[in-house]
Structure formats: structure tokens, C-alpha cells
Design a protein around this ligand. Structure first.
Ligand code: DX5
Ligand code: ZN
Length: 215
């Protein structure tokens, strides 16, 4: 069964703690935390102090998606703020192998995200070091965008590559434009962690919204 990770980017920022509790009561497994720096992506959200403040709202794991340049400079702050897993972008790291190992040395599962135009092959040399690969199904920066269907082939390619390498347990996460219809397609293709922002937080009944994402 797929893990559902609601993205608080689409939550009411003036009531973040309540929104997170509502997602937890409604069946979410992880809380997806989108950090944007206004450089790597054309939008700005929040950083370690806000994450530390909302950390008290739930026991669910915080799945921190860093859409920031040079994440190695602030990784320790995200760890200290209460991240349970950290995903960095391949496109934002000149020394990706080093950054992945910094996350692992901090004791956290490490993920790498790929933008829609970045091929799966860039991860081949470090595939054995990863706990999660995030296939972006929109260009990162904003909630509520349309799912890019060419990414389905990337999910299939990655799932078979992982199986070949005996790494079938590694999570394939998808993020962007996930709704009940696209959820079915990405799970068929091999994804097992679904991030959903607007499909959860724009709905009144979050429990029904989360249930509808489980294919
Ligand atoms: C996009 C973020 C996503 C975003 C998804 O840059 O990484 O997590 O919140 O939003 P939806 O599900 O509305 O496309
Ligand atoms: Zn995200």
C-alpha cells in the first residue's frame, strides 16, 4: 500500500499545527515539508525555525524536501529542527555523493530528487547509497500544477533498475499534480510514496481526500 505524504505547502500557513494534526487524524503516514529558497526554485517558503515549531504538532515523520541551492551549508540545521528524512535535488548539488553521505552520517535516510528534465541515469553511480528517489512529476516551485505524464516512463525505468540491483525496497516518491487519477498511474508505474498538496489540503474532508489517493 502506498505511503501518503501530504505537502503542507498547500495547508493554511496561519494554522500549520492544526493542519498537520488534521492530516494525521485523516490517515497520513508522513508529513511532506517543502523548503524553497527563492533561488533554486522561484518561490520562498520556510526554514529550520518554522520546522522546529511545527515539529511538536505530530509524531508523524517529517519528510523534508529541500529545494535549495548548496544544501550542504544548512543540512545540520534541518537535522536539528527535527527532519526525519531529507531529500536534496541532484540539480542543486555539485558534489551530490558528498551531500548524500552527509545526510546518512547524520543518521537520516537520504533521498535525491530529480526534476522532470533530469534523466534517471544521473543516479546510477550512487543508487546503492539512496533510501529514496523523488521523481518530480511537475517542475518544483508551486503547488497545484498539472502532472507531467512523461515522468511515468522515468518511474518505470527506475523501478526496474532498482530491482536489477537488488534494491527493490528503495522508495520511489512522486511529487506534483498527484490526484486520485494520477495516483493510480504512478503506483502502476512503480511509485510507493505519494506526495499530495492541493489534493489533500484544498479539500474540506481530508480523510476522504487521503483515502481517494490510495489506488
Ligand atoms: C512542488 C512541491 C510539492 C507541492 C505539490 O514544488 O515540491 O510538494 O506541494 O503540490 P500539488 O500536490 O498541489 O501539486
Ligand atoms: Zn515537495
Amino acid at each position: 500500500m502506498a505511503i501518503i505524504a501530504p505537502s503542507i505547502l498547500s495547508a493554511d500557513f496561519s494554522r500549520l499545527a492544526e493542519e498537520i494534526k488534521d492530516a494525521e487524524r485523516s490517515g497520513a503516514e508522513w508529513v511532506h515539508v517543502d523548503v524553497m529558497d527563492g533561488h533554486f526554485v522561484p518561490n520562498l517558503t520556510f526554514g529550520p525555525p518554522v520546522i522546529k515549531a511545527i515539529r511538536k504538532a505530530t509524531d508523524l515523520p517529517f519528510d523534508v524536501h529541500l529545494m535549495i541551492e548548496k544544501p550542504e551549508l544548512s543540512l545540520a540545521d534541518y537535522v536539528a529542527a527535527g527532519a526525519d528524512r531529507i531529500t536534496v535535488h541532484a540539480e542543486a548539488c555539485v558534489h551530490l555523493h558528498r551531500v548524500v553521505h552527509m545526510i546518512k552520517e547524520a543518521g537520516l535516510p537520504a533521498g535525491v530528487a530529480l526534476n522532470p528534465a533530469t534523466p534517471v541515469s544521473v543516479l546510477e553511480p550512487i543508487l546503492d547509497d539512496l533510501d529514496l528517489i523523488l521523481i518530480m512529476t511537475v517542475n518544483p516551485g508551486f503547488g497545484g500544477q498539472k502532472f507531467i505524464s512523461q515522468t511515468l516512463q522515468k518511474i518505470r525505468t527506475l523501478r526496474s533498475l532498482l530491482k536489477e540491483r537488488g534494491r527493490g525496497h528503495v522508495h520511489i516518491q512522486v511529487d506534483g499534480g498527484i490526484n486520485p487519477e494520477t495516483a493510480r498511474l504512478v503506483v502502476e508505474a512503480g511509485a510507493d510514496v505519494l506526495v499530495a498538496g492541493s489534493a489533500v489540503f484544498d479539500k474540506q474532508d481530508r480523510a476522504a481526500a487521503i483515502a481517494a489517493l490510495r489506488p
